[in-house]
Design a protein around this ligand. Structure first.
Ligand code: GDP
Length: 331
């Protein structure tokens, strides 16, 4: 059986990818950091087939030990401080984990067997946040980077060092430049889940208002379940390369809010939404829209879930979840 090692196993993408790889017949190892990590228990409950391995992206010896234990064929580096807003207040931590963590993982792979026999294949979770103040629209693999947050800057380093290790040491290393991807497992701090959850709670009478930052920014939002398939496809090719993964459609935060409320039958969404500058960021990414032509042509990858279906999926899930928590029976 092939085996895969995933950092960020407790996050949205880690959980989707673990399920996908398990379905493909892989032995799946997931790295967890810290003592008694509460999210690890959730992974154990949800996916008993995953073997958890201790390790931390801030600690190179722990990565070497983890790879020696797992002996994987493929490494997926999804672990990061992943929330842009937090990266402004914890910039050094973000640089260390999201940026330098990639370098440490690449070094660990070289030490444990990535180059001598070219055995371990590496996937780096690069991000559309690297495009930031976009230089062209839509964004492709050739678009220059101009990050607008410590998170974006750290991801640029992770991306560039992955390309550099591929070119310098012949590692089979790929970067997926993934545009925003969401789903029912998205953390509540991200705008999609915050909005779908609030729409559900307001509908159920559990919450009165939704307090937001800007409604003007636009994102290319896809479904996480579609995007993890692209990660795997990249590592199955003859040659390592970098790919943009996106839907090619963009929508504003305002459209997200309007659609989420419409989904629960509330048309006057403005009566429930207030804006507060505390959610504004020191610098913004105004518009993202990706061109995934290369992924379609070389990987045969196409997204299956569109924006409307994604929002419906998330709102319906939040309705069920919040109703169950509050002991409300949905009609
Ligand atoms: P990002 O693209 O990685 O920053 O993903 P997010 O989901 O955190 O944010 C997407 C966009 O929504 C950004 O332009 C945010 O400024 C905007 N936004 C507006 N209000 C909020 C909010 O209350 N929470 C979050 N997370 N984002 C918000």
């Amino acid at each position: 059986m092939p085996s895969a090692f995933i950092t960020g196993i407790t996050g949205q993408d880690g959980r989707h990818l673990a399920e996908f790889l398990h379905g493909q017949g892989y032995d799946v190892f997931g790295m967890v950091k810290g003592q008694n990590n509460p999210k690890a228990a959730q992974v154990v409950d949800e996916m008993p087939f995953v073997e958890l391995v201790p390790g931390d992206l801030a600690d190179l010896p722990s990565l070497v030990a983890a790879l020696e234990q797992a002996q994987p064929d493929e490494v997926y580096n999804l672990g990061a401080i992943s929330f842009v807003a937090l990266s402004f207040s914890q910039a050094e931590l973000t640089a260390n984990t999201t940026g330098l963590g990639v370098l440490r993982m690449l070094e660990a792979i070289r030490m444990v067997g990535g180059t001598q026999n070219n055995r371990i294949r590496f996937y780096q979770a690069s991000s559309s946040e690297m495009f930031g103040k976009v230089r062209e629209t839509p964004q492709t693999e050739m678009t220059p980077f101009h990050p607008r947050s410590p998170y974006g800057a750290a991801k640029v380093f992770g991306h560039d060092i992955t390309v550099n290790y591929r070119e310098s040491y012949g590692l089979f290393a790929c970067s997926g430049i993934l545009f925003n991807h969401e789903g029912p497992r998205r953390g509540i701090e991200f705008v999609t889940r915050k909005v779908t959850n609030a729409a559900a709670r307001i509908k159920l009478g559990l919450q009165n208002e939704l307090v937001m930052g800007t409604l003007d920014t636009k994102r290319d939002w896809g479904y996480a379940g579609d995007y993890v398939r692209a990660m795997w496809l990249m590592l199955q090719q003859d040659e390592p390369d970098d790919y943009v993964i996106a839907t090619g459609e963009t929508h504003s935060v305002e459209e997200l809010v309007e659609l989420s409320f419409a989904q629960v039958g509330i048309d006057n969404w403005r009566d429930h939404v207030r804006q507060d500058p505390k959610f504004y960021r020191p610098a913004e990414v105004d518009l993202l829209i990706g061109d995934a032509t290369k992924a379609r042509e070389k990987l045969g990858w196409i997204p299956e879930v569109d924006f409307e279906t994604l929002v419906k999926m998330m709102v319906d899930n939040d309705l069920q979840l919040e109703a169950a928590k509050a002991g409300i029976t949905l009609s």
